[in-house]
Design a protein. Sequence first.
Length: 164
Amino acid sequence: MTYRVCFVCTGNICRSPMAEAVFHARVADAGLDDRVEADSAGTGGWHEGEGADPRTVAVLAENGYELDHRARRFRQSWFSRLDLVIALDAGHLRALRRLAPTEQDAAKVRLLRSYDPAADSGDLDVPDPYYGGVDGFEECLEMVKAASTGLLAAVREQVEGRAA
């Protein structure tokens, strides 16, 4: 059975596609790409059908990550097929938990940086780089990479637990 993860930010053109690309790479490196799927979406539909922000694409490419992406809006009906919904900031977390049809679905929603043991537990948001320069996208990537290690460990534990 495939374990499914969806990363969610506001418009699905900056943070969540970046997290998706990094996590895809981590999953492939761990040899779990046949057992774990990851995608991304936005809480809003402003950019549906658009590619990722060019700065996202450039920062990912400079760091060896690939991304083939079209923005889309997260739908309530997706909860039933997802194992984990990863919010990029507290606003997304609240919106997704309100959208969740059941308490079990709401429990699937977690903040990405909660998987980074070095992150400040008082501020687990990945800041939105959209209105800034490339340095904000680079900072975003570093936060995503740091949290992806812990996220992969948690997902691996779930995947291996299913096989047992």
